[in-house]
Design a protein around this ligand. Structure first.
Ligand SMILES: Nc1ncnc2c1ncn2[C@@H]1O[C@H](COP(=O)(O)OP(=O)(O)OP(=O)(O)O)[C@@H](O)[C@H]1O
Length: 780
């Protein structure tokens, strides 16, 4: 090299690999170079600021800033040129230039090399995860020249500006004293030579757009860019004799054009101005009191490009400390729409948390389960004041800061929901419609927060279309210790309100939650207790009004009814012994003659339907066990129908218990057989009324028909008068050709046959569909 005092150094082997990997694998993400260089410049300026705290003299060479200049190569019509980035930061000595840029492997290197060489996700994300730093400049520039000058200090009172030169491919680099002398005053200058292929970067507008995209908030130091403005100034044309005359004289003359000034008569004036690019402080760094709603909404538009409505339903601007000394500031938004694929994406993670460190964007991929999936819709920007910039994702995930941050974000989210529910009740209705299901899942998945989440839920009930658990507890009746609810997935609340399980509670004036979301029942069961009350599925055993003790008369009446109805109970128990484990008298009914309940630990009818919707559940032993758990038939002693049944049973011919089995058949009188048929119909109907499925629908319909025949006086044995004409004998020979009717099984014809379905190969495989259903169920 011709530079005086130049020394040639060999790159460390890892660095050579890193350099070539960066260049090859990130080819399509070239524009990261600017972000990385600006981030380095910011670090250098921050370091200078730190040093200046103890030694003011280092600041003598002026303010801390970054400047970007584009020099076009005029010989080449501006198709090639240079980009020069200067900072007035801490700079580097000769030694530092050599070590920092060439010979010392940095923290993330090995991990990055491993990942990149395995071909794992070498894309924008990987760039975000690793500080690729300096070597990204080789993405756009085949040779890079760095000159640097540290400030004068006691230890180094007369620093000398040095230059580092390296090409993208060689395995050596040179360092020498800058032949220009100390031109920088302080700091670092990076000169990139831009070839024709990368000429898009030789535009101030392009660079400004890149800064806006990646680094608007990346530094508090001003970034200036030199803009060239070319203006054309007309040069007054020499006076012609024609123009001396009356101009109107030629007004209609086609030749007039000839008098307009020619191109040569313009002069180009180039003005160069330094324009500040990053003059806005990011809103999350500001005091929330100084930020207007409009500004919050504007920022939301920038972070939530996928929100069609573009307006958040609420936001929270927070700052704090993780407790381990890392301060942070952030903003979280509740979007006004859920992405269409939100529920199917729940398991694959949504990257809605943008982590910045000191305003430098680090990553929006903190791993699938950084935010609990039920809160993954929140759009969050968090800026930490202190985290190593070049941490990899693995080290990030193990970072204490992140696990603390995770807890804090959940808490902030719950606080935000709670604040909105108190302060903006109308808006909260919309929120709870959109996110109610997610919050229910949150209650199921986050036992620690279940009481907080429970307060955020809203339900319909027998007394209100929209109410909360807290309001429910407030409105409870004296002595009431249970929160009553009935769940029926997808059912209308009006229909649930008419269920036999609700009628007595409703008639007595107790409030019952009417729940129809799939997550409702498991959620209520998981909640178990709320403000000292327990949750009670009214279709299950264990319901208590709470005033039973005070009403001795009621209790006595029930006892008396148990005695009076004993013959009916005994008869039913015997007759329905395969279907129910017990038959009891109940006072939970008003007009319905009977109902079927399950044990408190069993699945309700609703839950059985949910579980049955799961593919393959029929073969699942757990499903079958839960499905066949004993049910109890409860009869309403006040129902005229039940009274009628009792009379019938009492009227049955008396059976002598002493007689042996041989005579058993004779004992089954015709009356008893008829009664048995009626009871079967009543039982099946009660199953349906109670939300269960009838075991054998064909049998059920035959019984109903028999009942109808009896009431119409039609003979039970009468057969339909119908003559069945058998099909002709098996056909022989080929099918006669008839083009019009011929339908060949050709996938290309499928569209016609089924009225359009696109490319059959794109159709969902039935197996996939089953799997998807299973996934949906699991999410539940
Ligand atoms: N503009 C600069 N001024 C002063 N020192 C610099 C400058 N740019 C780079 N350096 C030095 O060179 C080192 C290597 O830079 P590089 O960008 O490759 O990695 P890094 O800064 O350590 O990581 P990251 O890219 O995550 O910031 C830096 O640590 C710093 O010491």
């Amino acid at each position: 090299q011709s530079n005086e005092g130049s020394e040639t150094f060999r790159y460390e082997s890892d660095i050579t690999r890193l350099r070539s990997l960066v260049i090859h694998s990130l080819y399509s993400h070239k524009d990261v170079f600017l972000r990385e260089l600006l981030s380095n410049a910011n670090d250098a300026l921050e370091k200078l600021r730190l040093v200046s705290l103890t030694d003011r003299s280092v600041l003598s060479a002026g303010e801390g800033n970054v400047t970007i200049e584009i020099n076009l190569n005029e010989e080449n019509n501006g198709k090639t040129g240079q980009i020069i980035i200067r900072d007035t930061g801490i700079g580097m000595t000769k030694d530092e230039l050599t070590k920092n840029l060439g010979t010392i492997a940095r923290s993330g290197t090995n991990e990055f090399l491993k990942k990149a060489e395995e071909g794992q996700g070498v894309d924008g994300n990987l760039i975000g995860q690793f500080g690729l730093g300096f070597y990204s400049c080789f993405l756009v520039s085949p040779t890079v020249r760095v000159s640097s000058l540290p400030p004068a200090t006691k230890e180094n009172s007369d620093p000398i500006q040095h230059t580092f030169i390296s090409s993208a491919t060689g395995d050596t680099f040179d360092v020498f004293p800058d032949p220009r002398g100390n031109t920088l005053g302080r700091g670092t200058e990076i000169v990139l030579s831009i070839g024709e292929e990368e000429s898009e970067f030789l535009s101030a507008d392009k660079l400004k757009a890149l800064i806006e995209k990646h680094s608007t908030f990346s530094t508090t130091f001003p970034i200036y860019i030199k803009e060239r403005k070319v203006t054309k100034i007309p040069i007054p044309a020499p006076q012609s004799p024609v123009e001396d005359g009356d101009p109107d004289e030629f007004a209609d003359d086609l030749e007039t054009d000839e008098t307009t000034p020619k191109e040569e008569s313009f002069e180009e004036i180039t003005e160069e101005n330094w324009i500040r690019v990053n003059d806005k402080a990011p809103i999350w760094m500001r005091d929330s009191k100084s930020v207007t709603d409009e500004e919050y909404k504007q920022f939301y538009k920038a972070v939530a490009k996928d929100d069609e409505k573009g307006e958040p339903l609420g936001w929270s601007h927070f700052k704090g400390d993780t407790g381990s000394g890392v301060g942070f500031k952030g903003i979280m938004y509740i979007p006004s729409t859920l992405p269409k694929d939100f529920w199917s994406k729940l398991t694959s993670g949504i990257n809605n948390v943008r982590l910045m460190v000191k305003r430098v964007f680090i990553t929006d991929d903190l791993g699938e389960d950084f935010m609990p999936r039920w809160l993954s819709f929140l759009k969050v920007t968090v800026d930490a004041d202190d985290l190593p910039l070049n941490v990899s994702r693995e080290t990030l995930q193990n970072n204490r800061f992140l696990s603390q941050l995770q807890r804090i974000l959940v808490r902030k989210a719950l606080d935000l929901f709670s604040k909105l529910s108190n302060e903006q009740p109308e808006n909260y209705k919309e929120i709870s419609k959109l996110y109610g299901n997610a919050l229910r899942i949150g209650l199921l998945e986050s036992p620690k927060d279940k009481l907080k989440i429970a307060k955020l839920l809203r339900f319909a009930s027998t007394s209100s279309e929209y109410t909360s658990l807290e309001e429910y507890v407030e409105n409870r009746k004296e002595g009431q210790t249970q929160i009553f609810y009935l769940a029926g997935v997808g059912e209308k609340t009006e229909d649930l309100a008419r269920s036999p399980f609700v009628e007595k509670l409703y008639a007595r004036g107790y409030e019952v939650f009417l729940l129809n979301l799939p997550s409702d029942e498991p959620m209520m069961a998981a909640l178990d207790q709320f403000m000292g009350m327990t949750t009670q599925d009214v279709s299950k055993k264990g319901l208590k009004f709470g005033d039973e003790e005070e009403h001795e008369a009621d209790k006595k009446e029930l006892e008396a009814q148990k005695v009076a109805f004993k013959p009916l109970l005994d008869w039913l128990k015997k007759d329905l012994k395969d279907q129910v484990s017990d038959v009891t008298v109940t006072n939970r009914l008003v007009t319905s003659p009977c109902t079927i309940i399950v044990d408190s630990y069993g699945w309700s009818a609703n839950m059985q339907r949910i579980m049955a919707a799961q593919t393959d559940s029929q073969d699942d032993p757990m499903f079958n066990m839960m499905k066949n758990l004993p049910k109890v038939l409860e009869i309403n002693p006040k129902s005229p129908l039940v009274e009628g049944l009792l009379e019938r049973v009492l009227d049955l011919p008396q059976i002598d218990e002493e007689e042996d089995d041989d005579t058993d058949n004779k004992r089954t009188s015709e009356e008893e057989e008829e009664l048995r048929e009626l009871v079967r119909i009543l039982f099946d109907t009660t199953l349906v009324r109670s939300g269960f499925a009838v075991a054998d629908p064909t049998n059920y319909f035959e019984r109903v028909e028999a009942l109808l025949r009896r009431s119409l006086g039609v003979s039970l044995s009468a057969k339909p008068k119908i003559h069945i004409r058998p099909a002709p004998p098996t056909a022989k020979g080929p099918i006669p050709e008839d083009e019009e009717q011929k339908i060949e099984f050709d996938p290309a014809n499928m569209e016609e046959m089924f009225g359009g379905g696109g490319d059959p190969s794109q159709w969902m495989d039935w197996k996939d569909m089953k799997q998807q259903l299973a996934v949906e169920h699991d999410e539940l």
